[in-house]
Design a protein around this ligand. Sequence first.
Ligand SMILES: *[C@@H]1O[C@H](CO)[C@@H](O)[C@H](O)[C@H]1NC(C)=O
Ligand SMILES: *[C@@H]1O[C@H](CO)[C@@H](O)[C@H](O)[C@H]1NC(C)=O
Ligand SMILES: *[C@@H]1O[C@H](CO)[C@@H](O)[C@H](O)[C@H]1NC(C)=O
Ligand SMILES: *[C@@H]1O[C@H](CO)[C@@H](O)[C@H](O)[C@H]1NC(C)=O
Ligand SMILES: *[C@@H]1O[C@H](CO)[C@@H](O)[C@H](O)[C@H]1NC(C)=O
Ligand SMILES: *[C@@H]1O[C@H](CO)[C@@H](O)[C@H](O)[C@H]1NC(C)=O
Ligand SMILES: *[C@@H]1O[C@H](CO)[C@@H](O)[C@H](O)[C@H]1NC(C)=O
Length: 542
Amino acid sequence: MLSVVVLISTLLFLFVQVPQGAGLLLEVLRYASENVDKSLEQELRVIIEVSSLASRSSTINSADLAGLAKHVCAARCNTTFNQTMANSKDSFERFWSLTEDPGLAIATRRSVLACIILHWILQKERKFDDHAEKDLENITRWFYNVHLHSVAQRGLLEYLHISKSGGTSFSEAAALNDCSMAPGIGQVEELGDLPRWINGTAFEEVTGGIDIMWSYYSTEGRSPKVRSCRERSAYLHSLKYDYVSNEFTMHGGGTNMVETHVCPQTVNVVTLRDPDSRLISHVHYILARIQKRLGKLKASNDDDDDGEDDNGGEGFGGTVGGRGGSGEDISQSEMFRSLFCQGNITMWEQMAPTVVDNYITRSFIGERAFHTSVGSIGLHHLDVARRVLLHFDLVLDMDAGSDATDFVLRQGLGWSVNMSQIHARSSWSVYSKLNYNASECQNDGLLRELQARQGPDRQLYRFGRALAFLDFLHLVMAHKLGLQPVLDISSFRRVASAGFYSRALSESGGGGGSGSGGGRVSGGGCGLIGAIQVKKRHLHKR
Ligand SMILES: *[C@@H]1O[C@H](CO)[C@@H](O)[C@H](O)[C@H]1NC(C)=O
Ligand SMILES: *[C@@H]1O[C@H](CO)[C@@H](O)[C@H](O)[C@H]1NC(C)=O
Ligand SMILES: *[C@@H]1O[C@H](CO)[C@@H](O)[C@H](O)[C@H]1NC(C)=O
Ligand SMILES: *[C@@H]1O[C@H](CO)[C@@H](O)[C@H](O)[C@H]1NC(C)=O
Ligand SMILES: *[C@@H]1O[C@H](CO)[C@@H](O)[C@H](O)[C@H]1NC(C)=O
Ligand SMILES: *[C@@H]1O[C@H](CO)[C@@H](O)[C@H](O)[C@H]1NC(C)=O
Ligand SMILES: *[C@@H]1O[C@H](CO)[C@@H](O)[C@H](O)[C@H]1NC(C)=O
């Protein structure tokens, strides 16, 4: 059994990086399922469960999804692999209309793949014939096509930036791929997407009246002017942006957490990081900023901590009233050490309640539940978070390594990236500017105590990395079939003539040498996200 990280890098090596002739997709699946560890296996079951529960809640289509998952999975324990594949294929034909709803198509992709792998794991002798390979190929083509078209159709990416989880590097990758976005890390302040870290009142109480950036904790909801998904995307379109980074929480849930959702108008992508290292990094980052703020008071050079020099962009251009200079007589670095390096957990709970208590889960449960009091995040919140996460187009696991990220972004979004390079650059700029030495402000005991409380985050992360694994596997198989992250006009037209995406494609027409290489359009700016703009121009030219 391999850990999921090792499994992913081995798959990457065996099936992507090493050039080889046409091999079997089944080999990829076989390798994956023979090496899946118990905890990943368990999460695959949770994924199937969550997708059938998710679909039970709302529309008619949703009932279809529940039916589909059940149909595919019913077979998994007592039929052949061949039969499972045949069932899946059958289902696609019956549930073709799922493509009209990206969220359902995504959940279906995950649950079908999870079922197939589980089925395989449970088989004693793993035997299949040529049909299985053919079916798997068809399933992969089908899902990959739906993904490509649905991403290009939406043409606007919303990245959920969970603080200290690789967000700065991700936004830099977007900028390098010519996504059109707000300066810095692509946050749009008017949308109310800034992070809610610090309770400014509590901070002032602790420090005797000193203020600080990121004291937005008490700004509960988003601005009513651009609160709904439709309003947000109209606003972003008016700015001609195709990328936005959200560092607050998912949408809706202002009155009832259960209504929290992804925006169907946007392609939704998130990067996840191990909760322990994320927490440590977040606490030290805040400490570094506080030290800098207090240091500046001491120097009393009136240099506002306005975030312009903002350390690889983890901050943003927030406003800070430079009220500094109070208490000139105490040594500020003494104050920093005595207040913030003593591991006072009560103080942290008051000053940064969301940061120290299941911040990852809070990022998925909407505006109201985000502010749930310290110690109250539980299973009910986790259920909502899992359902919302399931509907993201792509889930990336930062701990699976930058090669895996590079591959997923290339095959999944048509971006060209070298994450290890980007990441090295942005962390260098953070540490070189902050002049903060973590070993002088240890807080080890505090961090240990806090880590013990992040149970929901740990469970959510396990679930998320299983989704990331399935996405990765799907994209490896698409890659193995030679499928490229570009739109194929002839298939686009077929889809359009079947009634899908008719709005965006209403201008499509004219003859179309199907199958000829001339019918392909690769992405303009922002890879697949920008491809439809290019396509529209292309179609007009014909
Ligand atoms: C085998 O699957 C069918 C449904 O496909 C189910 O009704 C039956 O109970 C299953 N048998 C066993 C032994 O699990
Ligand atoms: C596998 O399924 C196909 C139909 O999808 C069938 O023609 C073939 O005979 C099956 N093979 C076995 C070994 O059951
Ligand atoms: C796979 O799909 C192609 C075209 O969509 C179809 O002709 C073929 O019969 C399918 N193969 C199987 C095994 O379902
Ligand atoms: C912020 O902290 C102050 C002082 O500790 C407290 O009275 C207030 O309730 C806190 N705000 C929120 C929104 O929890
Ligand atoms: C810890 O912080 C709280 C709140 O700021 C404060 O009331 C308490 O005295 C502190 N405890 C110690 C031991 O410093
Ligand atoms: C990415 O950048 C690193 C560091 O510059 C380099 O070693 C590596 O070869 C690059 N990878 C690719 C795929 O270009
Ligand atoms: C950080 O502090 C420790 C302990 O005081 C010291 O040994 C180390 O050299 C410092 N590191 C840097 C980069 O200043």
